[in-house]
Write a protein that binds this ligand. Structure first.
Ligand code: PGA
Length: 234
């Protein structure tokens, strides 16, 4: 049996409280029938902004989405619990049932100057607290990121291949290039699941989904719309 692919919604710094509520209610309505009959076609996780974690967590627990949709965070502190003002530690997340932590997204590297060494520390924090890291890498930083993370941890990771020049453009990278980068990622990290992320939406997904080398998707823009995202995961 092949593993179900994983689709992760990354809302980034979008959505306020009422928009988050509306998304959840709409997504719940749109997926209800499918979950009651066949279940979802994919494993799904949602990564909201931190303030909405309790809301999303409670909502998932109290609806039919429970067991079908997991919770993810968009980042995690490289430090443990303690005197690190403003940082969200893995320990802070205890009790919210967080499954995944996206780490090293190109926006974190670019705007917050995170290095591959910082990201390696985040990986350790997540794993020590039972959270699976989704490590984002772009072309050219694959070996550097793999080397920064202790080898014994590689088998516990999910890696997301994210060609930054395609993020938010509506265009995906040519599938042949995606597959060759995935090969490079597997050579560096071992035989771990590799997601693709950059302009995946209900239209572009079709071209990628048939390839078993692609273990799933990280979805930004198209995940902001509950109807589009429901369409993608059903
Ligand atoms: P996008 O973002 O779907 O808007 O291209 C993807 C990402 O940044 O992971």
């Amino acid at each position: 049996m092949t593993m179900k692919k994983l689709i992760v919604a990354n809302w980034k710094s979008n959505k306020n409280l009422s928009e988050t509520r509306k998304w959840l209610e709409q997504f719940e309505r749109e997926t209800k029938m499918q979950i009651a009959t066949k279940g979802l076609h994919y494993r799904v996780a949602v990564a909201p902004a931190f303030p909405f974690l309790p809301l999303v967590s409670d909502f998932l627990q109290s609806t039919h989405l429970h067991k079908h949709v997991g919770l993810a965070v968009q980042d995690i502190s490289m430090y443990p619990a303690g005197a690190y003002t403003g940082a969200i530690s893995a320990y802070n997340l205890e009790g919210f049932d967080v499954h995944f932590a996206i780490v090293g997204h190109s926006e974190r590297r670019r705007y917050f100057h995170e290095t591959s060494q910082d990201i390696a520390k985040k990986v350790e924090q997540a794993l020590e607290n039972g959270i699976t890291p989704i490590v984002c890498v772009d072309q050219g930083e694959i070996a550097e990121q793999a080397n920064a993370i202790e080898q014994s941890l590689h088998s516990k990771l999910i890696v997301a291949y994210e060609p930054h020049e395609y993020i938010g453009t509506g265009n995906i990278q040519a599938v042949s290039e995606v597959l060759s980068e995935i090969k490079e990622i597997n050579a560096a990290f071992g035989n771990i699941p590799v997601l693709y992320g950059a302009s995946v939406n209900p239209e572009t997904m079709g071209e990628l989904v048939a390839h078993q080398e692609i273990a799933g998707f990280l979805v930004g823009t198209a995940s902001l719309d509950a109807t589009d995202f429901a369409e993608m995961v059903m």
